[in-house]
Design a protein around this ligand. Structure first.
Ligand code: SF4
Ligand code: FES
Length: 259
């Protein structure tokens, strides 16, 4: 009879130190919760679900955190785990981070994304509507869709430009770039949104207004300046390149010169 591997318990016991804050204005604090029998195959959010079930059963307020798609698309799951936005893995969001990345007995620190422009709503949930307002300021193309829209394939686009525009468009607006930056700069996010249009002919018409309005809104929201530390690129779950910031700076210079 082979060794019954399925009887061996590989599950982990962990200590979670979690930021608890009742609302935007209240003073928060780190609270420690032990959690047992965590499967390495659980996602980080599934582990948080288990914790919350245990807290509810004990009559304790569950930990508030944002999530929606749980498949790396919506950008909602903003958590700062062991000092890194979206935790220790690379090119994944918190919902796609798995507990196998941690060790049995480990203490895991979980905080919200911190930036003045992202006020804490409750516990780990932050208000990232500043990103929505930046997007509203210029992250769109105005196309008359009254029946005269030509087929997109009628406009030839250089493959190199199409690829770069697509890469920029993969930004999911999660805010990890802001949370990772010592200045809480939103340059990587804004530059991705500017770049995805700047590289395509459809985006040229409003290019000047777009970059000026989006950068102004970014500044109005209170995000910090970029000092080229590159932390945003390292922590971005979608691998958005710093090249986009350089492109946005060129677009901005051109737009201001144009007046
Ligand atoms: S640039 Fe990256 S880190 Fe920043 S919002 Fe977009 S996907 Fe998130
Ligand atoms: S819950 Fe949608 S990206 Fe994580």
């Amino acid at each position: 009879m082979p060794i019954a591997f399925w009887l061996i318990n590989y599950n982990m016991n962990l200590t979670l130190k979690i930021w608890r804050q009742a609302n935007t204005t209240s003073k928060g604090e780190m609270v420690t919760y032990p959690i047992e029998n965590v499967s390495p195959d659980m996602s980080f959010l599934e582990m948080m679900d288990v914790l919350n079930e245990q807290l509810i059963n004990k009559g304790i307020d569950p930990v508030a955190f944002d999530h929606d798609c749980r498949e790396g698309i919506c950008g909602m799951c903003s958590m700062y785990i062991n000092g890194e936005a979206h935790g220790p893995d690379r090119l994944v969001t918190t919902c796609q981070l798995h507990m196998r990345k941690f060790k049995d007995g480990e203490t895991i620190t979980i905080e919200p994304f911190r930036a003045n422009a992202f006020p804490v709503v409750k516990d780990l949930a932050v208000d990232r509507s500043a990103f929505d307002r930046i997007q509203h300021a210029g992250g769109f193309v105005s196309v008359n869709t009254s029946g005269n829209t030509q087929d997109a394939n009628n406009i030839p686009i250089d493959k190199h430009d199409a690829d770069k525009a697509f890469d920029a468009a993969t930004c999911i607006g999660c805010g990890a770039c802001v949370a990772s930056c010592k200045n809480a700069s939103a340059m990587l996010f804004v530059s991705a949104k500017v770049s995805q249009y700047a590289l395509l002919p459809q985006g040229k018409i409003e290019a000047t207004d777009r970059v000026l309005n989006m950068v102004k809104q970014m500044d109005d929201e209170g995000f910090g300046n970029c000092t080229n530390t590159g932390a945003c690129e390292v922590e971005c779950p979608k691998g958005i390149s710093l090249e986009n910031i350089a492109r946005m700076n060129r677009e901005y210079l051109f737009a201001t010169a144009k007046g």
